[in-house]
Design a protein. Structure first.
Length: 325
């Protein structure tokens, strides 16, 4: 089988470290799929990246054909079939959220241009670095030779967190839970929705008859799970984020029976205005994804979905200067 090329930005960071060995071992693209890794870091990140590359070599992965490290975007994205945009500027002390949005938008505008110029035709891009949805919007807007569908913003970690909590509450294995949806932004306004969820094939709301938990504790705990991990670990989620990125790409590429939430270009469905990277449930038959449409939306859900949409509109407005008209 010919190799597939995977580019990863921020490859020497926490998530990168947890991600690369698993890609190299075939967990993302299949246990018989050779891969080439192209790792992109800042100039300062090149020294730690060298150490990560040594460890990849020391892993002696049979599926890993080659590893390249660079801070040149077009070289890093050259002929990439999949690009995982993980590296981003972290929030520094005294920085307003709008400053963070602008700083990251500038990074993702450059990456969009380089992807458009250099990546393989039909490649897929997963944006992990925050603010993931708006970074995806900026990258896609700056990639004239690519389709918006090629850019996905990651909300899979939020979905996995929600599935874990639902399984725990119901006392079942997480594999028995499906149709959990994350709507909107990968932020504290996201709406983790159980109104269509199933537990062991039964409607979750018939299994868990605790409306207060379903629309109260559950929702706020998923929204704040990142902060809960930071408080306990003293560092942000990394291994679980890497795992979610692997799950997202694997399910789109190899297919999955389960719905997967992905931040994709809103197309007006569910009353969400166009032009935002808004997380919706997607079906993954293999090699592509399609939005799940036509789900009934109750009044509470509509309100929650509009709140997270409003945040994405505000984010988009604050980076308008980086969106080519
Ligand atoms: P780290 O700070 O450990 O690593 C980031 C790495 O990116 C560093 O090595 C840095 O040198 C590199 N980098 C920065 N700017 C770059 C650029 N322009 N080009 C290439 N490399 C660059 O952060 P980590 O914990 O790995 O998190 C990475 C990003 O993921 C952050 O933005 C974080 O907020 C985001 N997350 C997103 C999640 C999601 O579900 N979408 C969840 C986890 C995580 O919080």
């Amino acid at each position: 089988m010919p190799p597939l090329t995977v580019a990863v930005t921020g490859a020497a960071g926490q998530i990168g470290y947890a991600l690369l060995m698993r890609i190299a071992s075939g967990e993302m693209l299949g246990k018989d799929q050779p891969v080439r890794l192209q790792l992109i870091e800042t100039k300062q990140g090149m020294a730690p990246l060298k150490g990560v590359m040594m460890e990849l070599e020391d892993g002696a992965f049979p599926l890993l054909e080659s590893v390249k490290g660079t801070s040149d975007l077009e070289e890093g994205f050259g002929d990439a079939n999949f690009s995982l945009l993980v590296g981003a500027m972290p929030r520094k002390q005294g920085m307003e959220r709008s400053d963070l949005l602008s700083a990251n938008a500038a990074i993702f505008a450059d990456q969009g241009k380089a992807l458009s110029a250099a990546a393989a035709p039909g490649s897929r891009v997963l944006i992990v670095g925050n603010p993931a949805n708006t970074n995806a919007l900026v990258a896609a807007a700056n990639a004239p030779d690519m389709l918006p569908e090629q850019f996905m913003a990651m909300t899979r970690l939020d979905q996995s967190r929600a599935e874990g909590m639902l399984a725990e509450k119901a006392g079942v294995d997480v594999k028995d839970v499906d149709r959990v949806i994350i709507w909107g932004n990968h932020s504290a306004t996201q709406y983790p929705d159980l109104s269509h969820a199933r537990i062991g094939g039964k409607w979750a709301k018939d299994v868990i008859k605790d409306e207060k938990w379903l629309t109260g504790d559950f929702v706020s705990r998923v929204q704040k799970r990142g902060a809960e991990v930071i408080a306990a670990r003293g560092a942000s989620s990394a291994a679980s984020a890497a795992s979610a990125a692997i799950d997202n790409i694997r399910d789109v590429h190899l297919g999955s029976e389960k719905w997967q939430s992905i931040g994709v270009l809103s197309d007006g469905s569910y009353g969400i205005g166009g032009g935002l990277w808004y997380s919706v449930p997607c079906a993954c038959p293999g090699l592509h994804y399609t939005r799940v449409k036509g789900l009934p939306i109750d009044e509470y859900s509509a309100k929650m979905m509009n709140t997270t949409e409003a945040e994405l509109v505000a984010e988009r407005d604050s980076v308008r200067h980086l969106l080519p008209s």
